[in-house]
Design a protein around this ligand. Sequence first.
Ligand SMILES: *Cc1c(COP(=O)(O)O)cnc(C)c1O
Length: 425
Amino acid sequence: MADTHHPSDVERLREQARQRDAADPLRHLRSRFDLPDGLVYLDGNSLGALPHGVADALQDAVRRQWGSDLIGSWTSADWWGAPGRVGDRIAPLVGAAPGTVVVTDSTSVDLFKLVVGGARLAAADPHRTVLLVDEATFPTDRYLVDEAARLLGMTVRAARVDDPAALRGPDGTPDVAVAVLCHVDFRTGELFDLPAVTRQVQQTGALVLWDLCHSAGAVDVRLADAGVDLAVGCGYKFLNGGPGAPAFVYVAPRWQADFDQPLPGWHAHAEPFAMAARFTPAAGIDRLRTGTPPVLSVLALEAALAAFDDVDLGAVRRRSVELTGTLIAAVDALLGDRVEVVSPRDDARRGSQVSLRHPQAYAVVQAMIARGVVGDFRTPDVIRLGVAPLYVDRVDVVRAVEVLRAVLDSGEHRAPEFSRRATVT
Ligand SMILES: *Cc1c(COP(=O)(O)O)cnc(C)c1O
């Protein structure tokens, strides 16, 4: 089938990709991961690949720390301090100072803690009765903001992340307590201007809470420079912490002493082993913790973060932009208008994924997976190709587009087995 197109186009794209990969100073990072041979993995924005060292770290955590040292490991292996220790490893990846990030619970749970705590900080002003939420947000964020509003007696307003009108009520008065915004839209891959939107929100007196699920580890986030109030992000996407890895939270130093979160468990206590009847929050970011952490998962995430050792996130971001740009150029050259590029073409406005629209997106993704190119599907019609810049190469993204074209040419996505919906899409 390929010869009904222009084989020269494919050859040229492949050759260019090979040359640029060979000249890329970050290319060696791929060897920090265990990836199956021959697989093109474009789903690192849902579940990051397995970094070297994680299996050994878990083996040690299970056999020695748990198996031999047993409960003593809370002290000898500092299981107790692991959430803060791992938080401090994530901090430089999101432009945060030590002591401002802690690893705890899931993104969903952490979002609830931050929204309620943020709203309590804003409550000094009785006119601030609105929680603003990104209208395109990942559903869990919306569910939890709705529930927080119900408990707080506030209302929810949904709007585009960068819409200034959404920060004011009908009479023009600023009424937002907390704006809960996604840095990257999980469907389209649109990247928002975090510093500019942060300023816009804060100028109206509201707090900003950024969800970094689709940017942490792929985009050079600078929380402290931008003066962000609160942030949350995912441990198992671009940070590669493994299935169910705990999330991380950031609270700006200026808010920590007064931060009053709604799920204070004993691990957030100033003196956990005083076993006091009443709660007194820990002094710093530890007050964002709740109960006993999933220690094995925290240690897996810690080992996974070694993949970022000596890596400059600015360089990672540049590589990511080039990879997604290469993917879009290959779509233009090989597919024309047979799919619609949903992600922004403007480099500055694109996260680390490329979303393509096709009416049979689900079946097309399944047929691509059968040919060794793993992306995912987002309802109703989006083929989502995540580009994890630490281990995806230009030859991979060109190959993915070649495979997509071969699927569409052959019509193999029409086979019934590719339309049967799995539990997880
Ligand atoms: C992945 C993702 C989540 C995941 O939340 P969990 O609690 O880990 O299930 C939440 N929000 C956004 C924006 C995400 O992309």
